[in-house]
Ligand binder design. Sequence first.
Ligand SMILES: [Fe+2]
Length: 247
Amino acid sequence: MTRAESIRCTLCGVLATGIVRIERSSPTGKAFARDASKIPSGVLVRHALEHVFRIRMFRPLDMLAAVRLQETDDQTATIWARYARSEAVHDRYFLRDLKAMGVDRSKVEVHRPFGATLRLGKFLESAALEFGSVPIVLYSFWAEENSDVGSAPIIDAARERFGTESARGASSHRALDENLDHAEVISRVLAAIIRDDQELLLAARLLDIITEFVLDYFCELDAWHRDCSSVVRSRPILEDYGVSARL
Ligand SMILES: [Fe+2]
């Protein structure tokens, strides 16, 4: 096993434990992880909105990681910067999908990210100032590994509920992950910046904390869905978003 494979294997173990915690604690988290057909339509829309906010939030964070990497490893910094550039503009894919779901740009912009997303951003910024690029690259590890395993059924669920156009952006995003082998790129970056077992232990702990923020996000999504369901019991949840879905 190469060093990159061994690091990936350790971190995948942390991810697997985190996903079990999420499944046990959050009904929407469980649906996203196990059975996308059970994700409520309103939750699919709200989740796509959060993708937009998260991608925007990560632009400066990914730049911060690039700056921290340049201090020590120019070659890896170049690989990371290329990756970060390809991710930075993908909010437009999800904006297109949202429009097809009936949520145009003006409706997107009146929303704010969930608190868990903002707390994740603050944590990663502080952790990057203390530990360098590793915490921010670890979030990409989480995102790319999950894209490999979990995004196809979620894209299918959106296509089934809202039509082909509503999943075109997410499909393109996924295709780029595959064609540019983003999971492999992140593994290579991690192998360059995690230099010994001590740093691998720290990375495992940081990744565990990141999964806690993701769990918080799904709990917030659960609460959001419960609130929508109780407030608008007499009309479709998606009216709040101007969505005319085929439910
Ligand atoms: Fe990606």
